[in-house]
Design a protein around this ligand. Structure first.
Ligand SMILES: [Zn+2]
Length: 152
């Protein structure tokens, strides 16, 4: 899954002929580079590939985060916006970068966020950690998503 875009008036048409798509995905065959576009999110199920289905869910969440950020809403580290798969995507895509605050250990930031995401009662997270979560979301995650070229 290499690209997703939102049809401005929900009138996208899938390669299979299904109409009225809002979300149009591009799927690229990593072996030969062949692209399929546009594919509707429900049509992705026809491929019966769990990795593709998971990616659809990730891309939808990324689009939600982007929309919230563009509307100046505060994005929180909750299931409203995130999932473990979204955090994994962000790591793989390079959202976490080494800097002096993480002592040049970007992986540590990812592991911290994953751990904090797994805390059920977020009110038990210390204020120092809450602050770190906010900084990582505002300075790394959200700017990365806003500039992610896979989101059209
Ligand atoms: Zn289709």
């Amino acid at each position: 899954m290499t690209y997703v875009e939102e049809h401005p008036s929900s009138e996208g048409e899938c390669v299979c002929g299904q109409t009225n798509l809002l979300w149009m995905f591009t799927i690229t065959n990593s072996n030969n580079g062949a692209e399929l576009f546009p594919i509707g999110s429900s049509c992705v199920n026809h491929f019966e590939r769990t990795d593709l289905n998971r990616q659809v869910a990730v891309f939808r969440k990324l689009m939600d985060i982007r929309a919230a950020a563009q509307q100046q809403k505060q994005v929180t580290l909750t299931t409203d916006y995130f999932s473990r798969a979204v955090l994994d995507y962000l790591l793989e895509a390079g959202a976490f970068t080494p800097d002096e605050y993480n002592f040049w250990d970007a992986q540590g930031d990812f592991e911290f966020l994953r751990k904090m995401f797994g805390v059920r009662d977020k009110s038990t997270i210390s204020s120092k950690r809450q602050w770190k979560i906010r900084k990582l979301l505002d300075l790394k995650v959200i700017p990365f998503i806003l500039s992610d070229e896979r989101l059209g």
